[in-house]
Every structure is written in C-alpha cells, then in structure tokens.
Design a protein. Structure first.
Length: 333
C-alpha cells in the first residue's frame, strides 16, 4: 500500500516508517526538521530510511498548507499516519505557542488534505498526557480525559476533537493512538532514559523529580510499532463497536486506542534497570515535583487486545538493555 507518514525523522515516525518499508509498502515521509533537539540525529534517521527505494522524503512544515496539499495530491496515499508534533511536556510550559502552531494548526492542515483526498484510514498520534488529573486507573479510552495539565496535553486533546469532527462531517475513518512513555533505540534526547544514560556515562548526576515517587507505563518502541501496524488494518466503521469497552464514536467512524501494556513501573526501579544495563551507579539529585507532571500513568490495553489480539509486553529490563546497546554504538561509548 501507499502510506504517508508525518514525522519520519522523529523517534516514533522513524521506527514506524522502517517497519512499513520492511513490510514492502511504498512510503512518503514528511518532516520539518525542527531544531527542538539534535538535528544530526534526525538526519541520521532519515538517511537510514533513504536506503529504501520505496521511501521518498519531503522536508516541509505542516503549517505550510499548500506544500502539504501538493504532497498529498502527488502521492495519493491509501493510508495516513500522522506522528509529527511538537513534543515534550515541560517544553510546552516554556514555549506554548509552538504547540498551537505545530500540533493544532499543522493537524488542521492535514485534516483538510484528508478531507479532499479521502484516504482509506487516517491514524493520528495522541498521548497518555490527555488523561491529566484523572485518578481512574487504569486509564480507559472511554474514561475521563477532560483535565489536561499542560498545553502539550491540551493541544493533543484538541486534535482528538478536531479529528472526530472531520470523521463525522466527511466520513474519514480515523483512529487516534494514545501513547504511553515510549522508549527505545534512536530515542529522543529530551526523554528521561536518554538523559539518565548520558549523565551516568558522563559521571554527571541525574535529576529525579518528586523524589522518585512516580509510576510510568513504559512502552518499548517495537511494541508500539506492532500495535500501530496491526491497527492500520482495523478501519473504524460507524455503528460496529467490538463491545462495551470500545471507544468508537456513536456519530462517526472514529475511535481512540491506548497503546500501552498496563504494567506501570516505579521510577526508582527503572533507574535500577539502567544502572544494571550500564554496570554503573547513578549519582542522584532528588528534586520536588514539577508542574505539569503526572504521578502515575497506567494504560488499559483491553481495547487494543480486543481489536488486534495484541498488547505491549517487552519488560523494561529488555528494553533498557537494547537502548543502552544502541546508545553505546551511536555515540561510541
């Protein structure tokens, strides 16, 4: 099939694109190459994808509606996977405008392109951060997500609402993914695992917020990609839910699906796994809770399992070891 994937120089987009190419699909990749973090890492990811004859890279910002429309018109994708976004929970406190421009305006332009060209299936990335202040664990897609704690989360919640409206008005089959703390090789330098490994190897202390009292539902990148690829074949049909647990809209071919394993890990246990993988102890700098953070994330994988017979299962001991292996290879450490 012909897949159009946004954010292919990003962490998740790169892995999704690589899997789709390995499966024999044709792929158009869009990325704006923003300098939010190391551009060389993004360029290396794209260079890896460019080794495939079926991959075509397009460097543009989603805010450029005309350039985006032209790529859609020329490529005529069967399916669209929208992963490009301004990421980072804490950075959204420092630079909120970037989240409105990239996540809201960029996603609107993509929805407009889909309205005109009507792909078989539109898939869009959301985040576990939309659950915000909810304490109804585990987080279920049909539960409350009305109290986001950062503009990053709010921008993703806005995109979910916009996508639903377009699915209803223009009958665009749409699946929204809610990701849970994704990690693994080729990861983002602003994420905790990357920072911890870098600092430990450099002999620098690691910052541990809320004095380590946090739980995260970590999702290894290969598990996330497997979930996305399987869900790409499960095209929502209005009026055909898989049961009471389904988030399928009563008014549109649109559903929300968690991609998380439902096995939260204590932050201190996660750090211990990093120390084991590195063979080094961390110097620890304990700090208070940060505004916008969530103390616990905990996915219900029941809907994902019902739809595709799969749920993330890689233990952090394995995932962390694979990241450390990649980090040492990439940085020659």
């Amino acid at each position: 099939m012909r897949f159009l994937v946004t954010g292919t120089a990003g962490f998740i987009g790169f892995h999704v694109a690589r899997r789709l190419l390995a499966d024999g699909h044709e792929l158009a990749g869009i990325d704006g190459m923003t300098p939010y973090y190391d551009l060389q890492l993004k360029e290396r990811r794209h260079a890896t994808l460019m080794q495939h004859a079926q991959f075509r890279a397009h460097r543009l910002m989603l805010e450029d509606a005309e350039a985006l429309r032209q790529v859609f018109a020329q490529f005529a994708p069967d399916r669209v996977i929208h992963l490009a976004a301004q990421a980072g929970v804490r950075y959204s406190i420092e630079n909120p405008r970037a989240y409105v421009e990239s996540n809201v305006v960029g996603s609107f332009n993509l929805l407009e392109a889909c309205r005109t060209l009507r792909p078989q299936h539109l898939m869009m990335a959301s985040t576990s951060s939309v659950y915000g202040a909810s304490t109804d664990f585990p987080f279920r897609e049909t539960g409350s997500a009305d109290h986001p704690l950062t503009l990053y989360a709010a921008s993703k919640k806005a995109v979910e609402a916009m996508a639903h409206a377009y699915a209803h008005l223009w009958t665009i089959p749409t699946t929204m993914f809610r990701f849970f703390t994704v990690y693994g090789p080729w990861g983002r330098p602003d994420m905790a695992l990357f920072k911890f490994v870098h600092n430990i190897l450099s002999g620098e202390p690691i910052d541990i917020y809320n004095h380590g009292h946090m739980l995260r539902d970590f999702t290894y990148i290969d598990d996330l990609v497997e979930g996305i690829v399987r869900l790409s074949d499960v095209i929502p049909v209005a009026g055909q839910p898989v049961g009471d647990l389904d988030s399928l809209s009563p008014a549109a071919p649109c559903r929300i699906v968690n991609i998380g394993g439902g096995r939260p890990v204590d932050l201190m246990a996660f750090i211990a796994e990093i120390e084991t993988a590195l063979g080094q102890k961390a110097r620890r700098n304990y700090l208070p809770f940060q505004p916008g953070d969530m103390e616990r994330t905990d996915a219900s994988p029941a809907l994902l399992d019902a739809l595709v017979g799969y749920r993330p299962q890689t233990p952090v001991s394995v995932g962390v070891r694979e990241f450390v292996k990649w980090f040492r290879w990439y940085y020659q450490k």
